[in-house]
Ligand binder design. Sequence first.
Ligand code: SF4
Length: 146
Amino acid sequence: MKIGISACLTGEKVRYDGTDKKSEELLETLKGHELVKICPEMAAGFSVPHDPIEIRKEQVLSLSGKNVTEKLYKGARECLEMIMECDFVILKEKSPSCGLHKIYDGSFSGKLIEGNGIFARLCQEHKILVYSETDIEEIRRKTAGK
Ligand code: SF4
C-alpha cells in the first residue's frame, strides 16, 4: 500500500520546537509499505524551530499574534498533491495542521477541543481516508487487508 504520513511520526525533527514524534509501533506496523512523508508546516515555509501556532475562530495564529492562515493553507495544498494517490494517510494528533479528532483551542493554554487541523480538513474535503497515530488498531487491520 501507499500511505501518507506526518513526517514527525517517522522521526523527522520538523515540529515547531525542533523535535519529532517518532512512533516505533507505527513504523513497525507500516513495514513493507510505501510511505509518503508530508509536513504541511515545512511545505508552508515555516522554519524549525518556529513560534507555536494554533487555530482560533478559523484563523491560524502564531503565539506572537501573526496571522499565518494563508501560509499554512499553501503548505497544506502542496502536501495534498503529494498524497492524492495514497490509500490512506496517518496524521499527527493535536497539531493545527495535521490534528485529527483533537486540536488546541487557540488560547495557547494547552486546552484541547474537538476539531481537525488545516491539512486534515483538506484531506477530508477531498475524500482521502485519514487516521491519526492513535488509531493504531484500525491501521493494523487496514494494512493487513482486513
Ligand atoms: S505539520 Fe504535521 S508533520 Fe509537520 S511537524 Fe506538525 S504534525 Fe508533524
